[in-house]
Design a binder for this molecule. Structure first.
Ligand code: 8X3
Length: 257
C-alpha cells in the first residue's frame, strides 16, 4: 500500500513541485487547491507518468466549512493520511505599514495562518489515532526575519513558525513528526506575480540573481519526509547561494544559469 500525502496549494509553485517529487517516489497524493482545471490536469499528468493514484479536493483553505467538508468527503482509505504538507500560502502587497491594504492583510492571515490551522485540526486526529504521521509546514525566511514592507506577511510566517513548534510539542507524544521548511526567494512559483497583483514589471524580482527553484524546495521536503521514523528534522532554512538574508541579495546577474 503506497503512503498517502496531502498537499495544499498543489496547483503551482512549491506545492506542484512537491506533488511531482512525491509521485516520482511512489506516493499516492491528495491534490488540494482552488483551481479545478489545474487540479484535473495535474491529476492526469501525474497518473499517466507515475504508477500512483491521486485524489482531487477542490476547496479554499480559508473556509473552515470547506476544509472540514472536503476532508469528510474523502473515501475512508484516503483518510489514512501519512503526510500533510501545509503549503497553501501567499504574500499580497508590498507596502509600508500605514499604507497597506487591510483586505490584503485579512487574506494573508486567513490563508497562511487560519488555513493551516483548519487543515491541521481536521487531519491531526487521524494521525493521533494512527499514532503516526508527519506534518510539514511551508514557512519562509520571513518566518525568521522581518523586512521593510513585509509587515503582515512576515507576521503570518512567524505565526507558522510558532505553530510548527506548538504542534510538535502537543503531537510528538503520539509519534507524529512536525517539521517545516523555510525558503528564501524561490522562482518557478506565482509568489511575486500574486504579491504584485499581476504587475509583470514589479514581479520581475529574480532577473539579476539565481534564487532557489520550486524543485529545490520540493527535494528538501521529500528529504525531511523520508528520514527514518526516529528522526525529525525540525526546520530547514534555505536560500540561494546569491542570497544571505531577506534584504541581502547579490544582484550581479544569474551566475548559476
Ligand atoms: C518568500 C521569501 O523574502 O519574499 O517567503 O518573504 S520572501
Amino acid at each position: 500500500m503506497n503512503k498517502i500525502v496531502l498537499i495544499t496549494g498543489s496547483t503551482s509553485g512549491i506545492g506542484k513541485a512537491s506533488a511531482y517529487e512525491f509521485a516520482s517516489k511512489g506516493y499516492n497524493i491528495i491534490l488540494c487547491g482552488r483551481r479545478i482545471t489545474r487540479l484535473k490536469a495535474l491529476k492526469s499528468a501525474l497518473e499517466s507518468t507515475y504508477n500512483i493514484m491521486t485524489y482531487v479536493l477542490n476547496f479554499d483553505v480559508q473556509s473552515e466549512t470547506e476544509v472540514s467538508e472536503s476532508f469528510d468527503s474523502l473515501p475512508d482509505h484516503w483518510k489514512a493520511i501519512d503526510i500533510l504538507i501545509n503549503n497553501a500560502g501567499l504574500a499580497l502587497g508590498f507596502d509600508d505599514f500605514h499604507e497597506a491594504d487591510i483586505d490584503h492583510w485579512n487574506t494573508m492571515i486567513d490563508t497562511n495562518v487560519k488555513g493551516l490551522l483548519y487543515m491541521t485540526r481536521a487531519i491531526s486526529p487521524i494521525m493521533v489515532a494512527q499514532q503516526s504521521g508527519h506534518i510539514i509546514n511551508v514557512c519562509s525566511t520571513a518566518g525568521h526575519e522581518v523586512y521593510p514592507k513585509g509587515n503582515v506577511y512576515c507576521a503570518t510566517k512567524h505565526a507558522v513558525d510558532a505553530l510548527t513548534k506548538a504542534m510538535r510539542i502537543d503531537l510528538h507524544k503520539h509519534g507524529i513528526r512536525v517539521s517545516q521548511v523555510s525558503p528564501g526567494h524561490v522562482e518557478e512559483t506565482e509568489f511575486a506575480k500574486v504579491r504584485f497583483e499581476g504587475n509583470e514589471q514589479k514581479a520581475k524580482i529574480y532577473e539579476d540573481f539565481n534564487p532557489l527553484k520550486s524543485s529545490d524546495v520540493a527535494e528538501i521536503i521529500y528529504f525531511i519526509a523520508s528520514r527514518p521514523s526516529h528522526v525529525n528534522i525540525q526546520d530547514v532554512l534555505a536560500m540561494g547561494t546569491q542570497q544571505a538574508g531577506s534584504t541581502i541579495v547579490n544582484r550581479i546577474g544569474r551566475i548559476h544559469d
